[in-house]
Design a binder for this molecule. Structure first.
Ligand code: UD1
Length: 419
């Protein structure tokens, strides 16, 4: 298994370009099923989760090619299978995103139940109940969800809780349904808006994405499109914390700061100077000490749960005490045990992590447990004394494009060790 070796202590400085957002790209890839016309993606990030979605689409018969501009072109006009197998779904829960598109376009889908997950139970009941309201018949057979429908019919759906992929899945199902669908209590994450923009560029009629209520007028069919995947706000936030934690000066290019206010406001409170330009964010932490900042995660526009582990490390090195509260997922503090082995002083009680800042960390061999937990261990390694070896980095490759290259470019001493 590959590992990352980090020798901590280098201040990061310079500029890097933000990659396309994984969580925007995944639902759009699933949405290619909705049209028989080719769809071209620009700025698609090179990540394991994207490869997994390619494998799911490929196993159903999608043609995925690189065009002369090195952009991915996907055609789902010859699908022969409407199934996402367990071997793929178990590595990526977001595989469930093909459910809505398959039922809407082909009237049938067979998707392995995602099952348990390192960061909580993460059920898919909101997806299934909403799809049933649209008229699909849902059966659970041998660990698989089987959904079928002659024709989906638009209706009003009030989600019992806010779910990002739940909102996206049902939005995709509703674009080809007969009549109007109104979705309430939806996720307002920027990636939901991105998906609506993408679907509208294919000919869908969706309004309200980014607010509590989305209205979708069903259309007969969708066409092709060419779409640029927007920047990954979580990747950008992670590098900004890398800058802050090492007392550095880093500029991230190709970002949309307007969708990162929840992160940038907290970084400012931690003592960082944050300068926002047209599509850049610069963070300067030189000669500043880190101030403790309480964090409480919540659906957008709240502080993202996907930045919780990284901010926990920043707080762990601050001059004081803070509390980080995780409200979105249960059991999302698995990084804490490993961070404490590096010298952090963090106590978890229920959904709260009580953090006492320490002045330094020591490098250690540590084990990544999920995507954002891995990011937090790398951040800790960047400022720890001596060598940190992060094991099980396949988690990080799911969501960070060439992380060691980008960090090395900013001056970190980080190397990928082969198997
Ligand atoms: C998405 C993101 C993930 C992020 C999360 C929260 C993608 C591909 N993934 O995951 O990076 O951490 O949003 O911002 O976009 N829930 C139910 N029943 C359901 C669905 C969800 O109870 O049917 C609960 C979950 O257990 C969780 C909460 O709702 O407690 C939010 O989960 P959700 O927004 O669905 O997360 P994902 O869409 O899986």
């Amino acid at each position: 298994m590959e590992k990352l070796k980090i020798i901590g202590g280098n201040k990061l400085s310079g500029s890097i370009t933000c990659s396309g957002a994984k969580n925007a790209a995944l639902p759009m890839l699933a949405a290619t099923i909705l049209s028989d016309k080719p769809i071209i993606f620009k700025n698609l990030p090179y990540l394991q989760d994207i490869t997994t979605m390619f494998e799911i689409l490929g196993s159903m018969g999608a043609e995925i090619t690189l065009n002369e501009s090195m952009d991915f072109m996907i055609s789902t006009s010859k699908l022969h299978d409407y199934e996402a197998r367990y071997e793929l779904v178990k590595t990526m829960r977001a595989s469930i995103l093909v459910l809505g598109s398959l039922v809407a376009r082909y009237g049938f889908a067979r998707i392995a139940l995602p099952g348990g997950c390192a960061i909580g139970t993460r059920p898919v009941d909101f997806h299934l109940d909403a799809l049933e309201k649209l008229g699909a018949k849902i059966e659970l057979k041998s660990g698989y969800i089987e959904a079928s429908s002659e024709k989906l019919i638009g209706c009003e759906i009030n989600f019992p809780g806010v779910s990002v992929t739940g909102t996206e899945n049902i939005m995709m199902a509703a674009v080809l349904a007969e009549g109007q669908t109104v979705l309430r209590n939806v996720a307002k994450e920027p990636e939901v808006e991105d998906l609506a923009n993408f679907l509208n560029s294919m000919g869908a009629k969706i309004i309200g994405a980014g607010t509590d209520e989305i209205v979708i007028d069903g259309v007969e069919s969708l066409g092709g499109t060419e779409f640029v995947i927007p920047a990954d706000r979580i990747e950008a936030g992670t590098y900004l914390i890398a800058a802050a934690i090492t007392g550095g000066d880093v500029t991230i290019k190709n970002v949309q700061a307007s969708r990162m206010n929840n992160i940038l406001d907290k970084l400012k409170l931690s003592g960082a100077s944050v300068i926002v330009g047209d599509d850049i964010i610069q963070l300067i932490m030189e000669n500043h000490s880190i101030l403790p900042v309480d964090i409480s995660t919540a659906p957008f526009p709240g502080f993202p749960t996907d930045m919780q582990a990284q901010f926990t490390v920043l707080n762990a090195l601050s001059e004081g005490s803070s509390v980080v509260t995780e409200n979105v997922f249960e059991n999302r503090f698995m990084h804490v045990q490993e961070l404490n082995r590096m010298g952090c002083d963090i106590t978890v009680k229920g959904s709260n992590a009580f953090i006492k800042g320490v002045s330094a960390l020591n490098g250690a061999p540590v084990m990544a447990t999920d995507l954002r937990a891995s990011a937090s261990l790398i951040l800790a390694g960047l400022c720890a004394k001596g060598e940190t070896i992060v094991d099980r980095i396949y988690h990080i490759d799911r969501g960070y494009e060439r992380i060691e290259e980008k960090l090395s470019y900013l001056g970190a001493d980080i190397t990928r060790l082969p198997n």
